[in-house]
Design a protein around this ligand. Structure first.
Ligand code: UFG
Length: 330
C-alpha cells in the first residue's frame, strides 16, 4: 500500500509520515514547501507541488501507484483566515476539490482528511461530540467544514471513502528529535511559551483574563501529535477494512487553561516565564474540550501520550534543539 500524504512536510503531516513509515507503509510526500520544511520530509519519495495542480496530483498518484491519500495540505491560521479569506478558500477548498477530482480520475477512493474542532464554532454544550451543530465562525473553520461537505457529496456520487478527523489542539513532538512544531510566524500557545523559556521571546501574552473559566483564561484540549498520527493510521485501517465514511473527534477530554499551560511549562523547563496580560484575541471560544469516545469505540484509538507533562516535555526537547539551529531553511 502506498499512501500519498499532502502537506507531509508540515508539522502534523510530517509526524504522520514518520508514524506510517515506522509501521511499514510506503509514503509519497506532496508539499509545496510554502509552510513546510524540506528537512521534515522523511520519505525518499517527495514531489514538490501544490494541490491546486490537479495534473501533477494525477501524475504523482499514477507514478507511485498510490492506493490511499492523507490530506494535510492547507492554510491553518484562524486569525489570518479572517484577513485573507481568499487564500483559505483557494488553498483549502479549491485545492481539495482538485485532489478529490484527481482521486476520482485515478480511481483512488480512500481518504483521511485533517479537519478541526474549529468546524463547531462556539460550543453550545461541552464536551463536544461529533453531533454538536457545526457553525464555524472563522473562514478557516468554514473551509474545513466545506471540505467535509464536499467529501460527503463525493462519497454519495462517486464512492469516495473518507474519514475526517477533527483535532483539538495539536501539540508536542516525536521523541526522535527529528520533527517538531515550527510555524512561521508561530501563533500557538505551547511553542510561544517555550520560546519565552529559551529567551527567544521576552514574554508570553495571555489573550484574555476575563473569560468565564475558573482562572479567567481560555481552556483547550491539548493532544499529542503522535497520538494524532496514530489516529490517522487507525483511520486508514478502518477504511481498508471496508467500513463506511465517518467523522471523529481527536482530543483527550481534559481541558487546561492558558495559565495552567504556562505553569506546567515553568515546572518542566525550570525557568521563570514572564507573562503579560493582554486583551482577548478575536474569535477565541472560552472553552473547547473534546468527547472522543467515538474514535475510541469505532477506531480503537486511545491517546498514549495523554498527559500534559508528556506533551510539554517533548515540545521542550524540540524547542531547545531548534533554538540551536541557525535556521530551519526550506
Ligand atoms: N494564547 C495566548 N497567547 C498566545 C497564543 C495563544 O493566550 O500568545 C491562547 C489563545 O487565546 C487560546 C489558547 O492560548 O486561548 C490556545 O491558542 P492556540 O493559538 O495555541 O490554539 P487555538 O486554540 O487558537 O487553535 C487551535 C488550532 C487551530 C484550530 C483552533 C480551533 O491550532 O487549528 O484550535 O479553535 F482551528
Amino acid at each position: 500500500m502506498t499512501i500519498l500524504v499532502t502537506g507531509g512536510a508540515g508539522y502534523i503531516g510530517s509526524h504522520c509520515v514518520q508514524h506510517l513509515m515506522s509501521h511499514g507503509h510506503s509514503v509519497v510526500v506532496f508539499d509545496d514547501l510554502s509552510t513546510g520544511y524540506e528537512r521534515f520530509v522523511l520519505s525518499p519519495h517527495f514531489v514538490k507541488g501544490n494541490t491546486r495542480d490537479k495534473a501533477l496530483l494525477v501524475k504523482t498518484i499514477q507514478d507511485f501507484h498510490v492506493t490511499a491519500v492523507m490530506h494535510f495540505a492547507a492554510s491553518c491560521y484562524v486569525g489570518e483566515s479572517v484577513n485573507e479569506p481568499g487564500k483559505y478558500y483557494g488553498n483549502n477548498v479549491y485545492g481539495t476539490l482538485q485532489l478529490l477530482d484527481a482521486m476520482r480520475e485515478t480511481k483512488v477512493s480512500q481518504l483521511v482528511f485533517s479537519s478541526t474542532c474549529a468546524t463547531y464554532g462556539v460550543p453550545q454544550t461541552l464536551p463536544l461530540t461529533e453531533e454538536h451543530p457545526l457553525n464555524p465562525i472563522s473562514p478557516y473553520g468554514k473551509t474545513k467544514r466545506i471540505v467535509e461537505m464536499m467529501m460527503e457529496d463525493y462519497s454519495l456520487a462517486y464512492g469516495l471513502n473518507y474519514v475526517a478527523l477533527r483535532y483539538f489542539n495539536a501539540a508536542g513532538a516525536d521523541s526522535t528529535g527529528k520533527l517538531g512544531e515550527a510555524h512561521e510566524p508561530e501563533t500557538h500557545l505551547i511553542p510561544l511559551v517555550l520560546q519565552t523559556a529559551t529567551g527567544k521571546r521576552k514574554n508570553i501574552q495571555i489573550f484574555g483574563t476575563d473569560y468565564d473559566t475558573p482562572d479567567g483564561t481560555c481552556i483547550r484540549d491539548y493532544i499529542h501529535i503522535v497520538d494524532i498520527a496514530e489516529a490517522h493510521r487507525l483511520a486508514l485501517t478502518y477504511l481498508t477494512a471496508g467500513n463506511s465514511s465517518d467523522v471523529f473527534n481527536l482530543g483527550t477530554g481534559h481541558g487546561f487553561s492558558v495559565r495552567e499551560i504556562i505553569q506546567a511549562c515553568e515546572q518542566i523547563t525550570g525557568k521563570p516565564i514572564a507573562v503579560v496580560e493582554a486583551p482577548r484575541r478575536p474569535g477565541d471560544p472560552a472553552k473547547l474540550v473534546a468527547n472522543a469516545a467515538k474514535a475510541n469505540k469505532v477506531l480503537g484509538w486511545k491517546p498514549a501520550f495523554g498527559e500534559l507533562t508528556e506533551i510539554i516535555r517533548t515540545a521542550w526537547q524540540w524547542e531547545q534543539q531548534v533554538t540551536e539551529l541557525p535556521s530551519l531553511s526550506r
